[in-house]
Design a protein around this ligand. Structure first.
Ligand SMILES: NC(=O)c1ccc[n+]([C@@H]2O[C@H](COP(=O)([O-])OP(=O)(O)OC[C@H]3O[C@@H](n4cnc5c(N)ncnc54)[C@H](OP(=O)(O)O)[C@@H]3O)[C@@H](O)[C@H]2O)c1
Length: 251
């Protein structure tokens, strides 16, 4: 049995990742502010607010230290929790919302990765760090300076860590940045509600919904879990992958 540590498993993509991993008979620990609606003997929820950064990570570290990690074959950390707000131009952004965004989307997943890497190394267990990123990590999008920079930061952390692991010949830890495509979740509802002055591309996102172009989170979660369990089957050498890369390999 493997252990999946999922952040933001209360809804959207994270919830579906938890459900897929449970269906496959694995143990799942979810970290989010609200409790998911499902229950399972193999499921544990820990209330965690990632906007609080270091304090939250230290609380999680204490809980993970008390888990019997030695009993699992492989550990998977799915850094999924994130938010899109605030949007708009720099002068209009709220300082406190900017801080919440950067701590939730960038600082917390980076710190949690270190905690899991240390604990997995101590137990001599293989670890996958699967960072849910975004296409926004690759290009600036008007009004999204927070989201694009937090996801670009997570992508660079992934690539740099992958390089360090390669240079130190560490084959126990694998790390990925994954772009999941546009998903039919609450985050997209929020995106469609933005004012054009804050997010000029809003009409394109409304059209994606009316044209039924959004991916279902359950389909993407299925690929995420399958990839974590058997990455070799997907024959990818890169630490930066997208949903399209994984879909191509399962066709
Ligand atoms: N939706 C898309 O089209 C899309 C596209 C590209 C990338 N992504 C990425 O995919 C991932 C999942 O997105 P989604 O669409 O499933 O989002 P979502 O439906 O908005 O769900 C976000 C999850 O993150 C958790 N979360 C947010 N703030 C948190 C905090 N301060 N502390 C703890 N947990 C927090 C939420 O849990 P609580 O509210 O219970 O805390 C929730 O479970 C994100 O990394 C997102 O950036 C999404």
């Amino acid at each position: 049995m493997d252990l999946f540590i999922v952040t933001g498993g209360s809804k959207g993509l994270g919830e579906q990742v938890c459900l897929k991993a449970l269906q496959q008979g694995h143990q799942v620990v979810n970290l989010s502010r609200s409790r998911p609606s499902f229950k399972s003997p193999n499921f544990k929820h820990i209330t965690a607010d990632f906007s609080r950064g270091l304090g939250t990570i230290q609380k999680i570290e204490a809980v993970l230290e008390n888990l019997d990690l030695a009993s699992f074959k492989h550990i998977h950390l799915i850094n999924n929790a994130a938010l899109i707000n605030p949007v708009g131009s720099l002068v209009d952004l709220d300082l406190s919302e900017m801080n919440t965004h950067l701590v939730t989307n960038l600082i917390s997943p980076v710190l949690l990765s270190q905690v899991c890497a240390r604990l997995a190394a101590e137990e001599k267990k293989p670890l996958t760090i699967f960072n849910i990123g975004s296409g926004a990590a690759f290009r600036p999008i008007s009004g999204w300076s927070m989201y694009c920079s937090s996801k670009a930061g997570l992508k660079m952390f992934t690539e740099n860590t992958a390089l360090d692991l390669q240079n130190s010949k560490n084959k126990k830890i694998r790390i990925y940045h994954f772009s999941p495509g546009v998903l039919d979740t609450q985050m997209q509802q929020t995106i469609r509600s933005f004012k054009k002055k804050d997010f000029p591309e809003v009409a394109n996102f409304k059209k994606l919904k009316t044209d039924h172009q959004l991916r279902q989170p359950a389909d993407v979660a299925d690929l995420v879990v399958r990839f974590c369990l058997e990455p070799k089957k997907f024959k990818t050498q890169s630490s930066v992958i997208s949903v399209q890369d994984l879909e191509k390999k399962v066709r």
